[in-house]
Design a protein around this ligand. Structure first.
Ligand SMILES: C[C@](O)(CO)[C@H](O)COP(=O)(O)OP(=O)(O)OC[C@H]1O[C@@H](n2ccc(N)nc2=O)[C@H](O)[C@@H]1O
Ligand SMILES: Nc1ncnc2c1ncn2[C@@H]1O[C@H](COP(=O)(O)OP(=O)(O)OP(=O)(O)O)[C@@H](O)[C@H]1O
Length: 286
């Protein structure tokens, strides 16, 4: 029986860079939500190992050993010892290198699927350590719940996830390298997030985000990819938008709306005006 796992896009609702560690990585303080859209990973026990990528973004990614799906498989086999042949399918819908953690979500979905297939607990510290070794975003994608996330991504405090809102994800079809954005940062010791109040609605959350939080990677990312500023300006102009911000290290930006219907309406308008952009209305929870 195939095991199917969704690899949902992660959206950094806020991202404060609060320090730099001796190993060069940055300490972050973030609010993270997951979108209703993502890639899909399917694991099917078979008679030989196979890895096939399809979907609208398949052309931007090679199915070689560097792919995070295969790196996750190799890491899992090293710690688990099982080498049963597997056919793995990846449906790639999220733009590559776009700040919504597509590769991290794929790695996490692969680990979730392998744990399900072979009856291992996701809470196993060896799995947690493997996830972090694959990328800073992989542990939160493995958990899959909205959260406040600190450290480089290993300190995860899930939220209730009761606030629903509309999200419009927009990418100008420019790939941005995460290390390049961190290198181009000005200040690396910014203030952490303010204390989180109890929010009644997604609209309250948007007001809090707009007033007291930032994505500190936005200025360096805009300097590297000026199209990000165009996307943010276009999002800020849409009817019903409560917040327009970049996710992760870019270039994907999001508009936050009261509900998915508002995001869909705004998305149709934006897609008509910018046929070259990737425009995806969806829902988020926090
Ligand atoms: C920007 C975020 O997407 C926010 O969620 C993540 O912090 C990045 O997560 P990721 O893509 O899984 O990152 P990794 O693959 O672990 O790291 C890529 C590179 O980004 C830089 N990096 C990443 C995370 C971090 N906290 N500090 C860093 O300085 C490092 O140069 C690292 O070599
Ligand atoms: N399955 C995969 N999907 C996407 N990228 C992958 C995958 N495997 C390896 N990669 C490589 O990982 C790099 C980062 O890709 P990804 O799409 O995860 O970036 P991102 O969305 O910017 O991530 P983050 O938000 O975590 O910084 C790309 O350069 C890509 O070549």
């Amino acid at each position: 029986m195939p095991v199917v796992e969704e690899a949902r896009a992660k959206v950094n609702l806020a991202l404060h860079v609060v320090g730099r560690r001796p190993d060069g990585y940055h300490d972050l303080d973030m609010l993270v939500a997951f979108a209703g859209i993502g890639d899909t990973v399917t694991l099917t026990p078979g008679d030989a190992d196979r890895f096939v990528i399809d979907g609208p973004m398949a052309g931007d990614l090679r199915a070689d050993g560097d792919n995070l799906v295969l790196r996750a498989l190799r890491g899992f086999r090293e710690l688990d010892g099982r080498t049963d042949p597997l056919a793995i399918g990846l449906v790639k819908r999220l733009p590559v290198a776009s700040g919504i953690g597509g590769g991290s979500a794929d790695a996490a979905a692969t680990l979730r699927g392998l744990c399900r297939l072979y009856g291992r607990s996701l809470d196993d510290p060896a799995i947690t350590a493997l996830a972090l070794s694959l990328g800073a975003d992989v542990p939160m994608c493995l958990d899959g719940r909205p959260a406040r996330v600190a450290g480089v991504g290993e300190r995860i405090a899930p939220t209730a996830g009761k606030l629903a809102f509309g999200l419009l994800l927009v990418n100008p079809r420019v790939g941005v390298s995460t290390p390049a954005v961190f290198r181009a940062l000005g200040r690396r010791d910014n203030p952490p997030l303010p204390a989180l109040p109890a929010f009644g609605t997604g609209t309250d959350l948007a007001a809090f985000l707009a007033a007291g939080t930032r994505n500190d990677l936005e200025p360096p990312a805009k300097a590297i990819a000026p199209a990000i500023a165009d996307v943010l300006a276009a999002l800020a102009d849409l009817p019903g938008v409560r917040l327009a911000r970049m996710s992760g290290s870019g270039a994907t930006c999001f508009g936050l709306f009261d509900d998915e219907a508002d995001a869909r309406m705004a998305g149709a308008r934006l897609a008509a005006d910018h046929p070259g952009w990737w425009v995806e209305p969806t829902e988020g929870r926090f």
